[in-house]
Design a protein around this ligand. Structure first.
Ligand code: SF4
Length: 371
């Protein structure tokens, strides 16, 4: 065994809890997350099913929770029910005192009311889908909000006392280039969020963008890579640490919930399409609202924590992978670091910004050396 030994699982070690809110008012042109439109009755039925499912898990597990993440979909569409859902969570689990409680939100919605419900529910971190600082791009993406609404949402959230805000930004958008990206980066950093998640647009099957792909005028692979490196440099200069392939944070503001995914720590995901990794097992709920509301249990998704998975996940992180170097691996790492793709330091290997762009092929090469 070449990898560092995994920590012994403690059954009192806190869990992360992910709650999926599968509703959106309108589908964005690029999105393949599971979400549907819903009326009040459907929402109420969903909340009831969710609270029931949370209780069933609470009866089975006696582990405290130190992160809660409301993702979607658009959790802010269900804000009026958040206090009830959190009451359900607290009745079923012990929530650690300093728990990180995140809610994703769309800046298009009625922010004051939503933010007040979030505060009342104990939400202390917001993840706001800003995506771009340019209205032409937001329109092309099919987003419901404008850049002005993002500014107003952040301002209001600060006034109400939120001290931990993450903004999403998307790269390699239709008709984008170095200048347009610079404008969005300036827009995002001027809002001074504690955390930034950045994603290169990927056109997925079964999305409107897939159908109009040829007309989108997207940057090619090199153009997208250049935008990624431009963003890494810009955010570094603006004081954000690049702690994971797609995530940047001010010191100490890394997402504690998302770190659990990459560090192979336990998390429980509840709601249609939500995935879990719990006590060595992976499982997930089908992408089907009706099934979930009827109480259909999650499906097994195999064992988790293989050597391959550990390497893949650890190399997503700036801290990298603790590894014993065998002669083959030494040669490979030497070559990769000469090409500016890998750092080797104090028994750890980690990808450079350039290496992160080629993470899949580098991980495959490293895995071949340690087999
Ligand atoms: S708001 Fe988010 S989840 Fe909903 S369609 Fe747009 S990208 Fe997808």
């Amino acid at each position: 065994m070449l990898l560092a030994t995994a920590p012994v699982l403690s059954l009192t070690k806190p869990l992360g809890l992910y709650i999926h809110i599968p509703f959106c008012l309108k589908k964005c042109n690029y999105c393949d997350f599971y979400s549907v439109s819903a009326n009040e009755e459907i929402k109420r039925d969903y909340v009831k099913a969710l609270i029931k499912e949370i209780k069933q898990w609470g009866d089975k597990l006696s582990r405290p929770i130190d992160t809660v993440y409301f993702g979607g979909g658009t959790p802010s569409l269900l804000a009026e029910f958040l206090p009830d859902i959190m009451t359900g969570v607290k009745a079923s689990f012990t929530i650690c005192e300093n728990a990180e409680i995140t809610m994703e939100m769309n800046p298009a919605d009625n922010c004051e009311e939503i933010l007040n419900f979030a505060l009342k529910s104990g939400v202390n971190r917001l993840s706001i889908g800003a995506q771009s600082g340019r209205d032409t791009e937001l329109k092309a993406l099919g987003r419901r909000h404008t850049a002005k609404q993002t500014v107003e949402t952040v301002k209001l959230a600060r006034e109400l006392g939120f001290e931990n805000i993450s903004l999403d930004i998307m790269l390699a958008l239709p008709n984008s280039n170095e200048k347009t990206l610079e404008k969005s980066l300036e827009f995002i950093t001027n809002l001074n969020p504690e955390h930034i998640s950045a994603y290169i647009l990927k056109v997925e099957a079964n999305t409107p963008f897939h159908k109009t792909y040829d007309t989108l005028n997207l940057p090619d692979e090199d153009g997208a890579a250049d935008q990624y490196l431009q963003m890494c440099e810009y955010l570094k200069n603006a004081g954000y640490g690049h702690y994971e392939i797609s995530n940047f944070a001010k010191c100490g503001k890394e997402s504690r919930h998302n770190l659990k995914y990459w560090k192979l720590e336990d998390y429980l995901g509840i709601g249609p399409s939500a995935h879990s990794f719990l006590e060595g097992k992976r499982f997930y709920y089908n992408r089907n609202l009706n099934e979930f509301t009827k109480g259909t249990p999650p499906l097994p998704d195999g064992e988790g924590g293989s050597e391959e998975e550990r390497v893949m996940l650890a190399l997503r992180l700036a801290e990298g992978l603790k590894i014993d170097l065998n002669p083959n691996l030494v040669k490979k790492c030497d070559l990769l670091s000469k090409c500016g793709l890998l750092n080797v330091k104090d028994g750890f290997i980690s990808l450079t910004d350039k290496g992160m762009l080629l993470s899949n092929s580098i991980i495959t090469e490293i895995l071949e050396c340690i087999k």
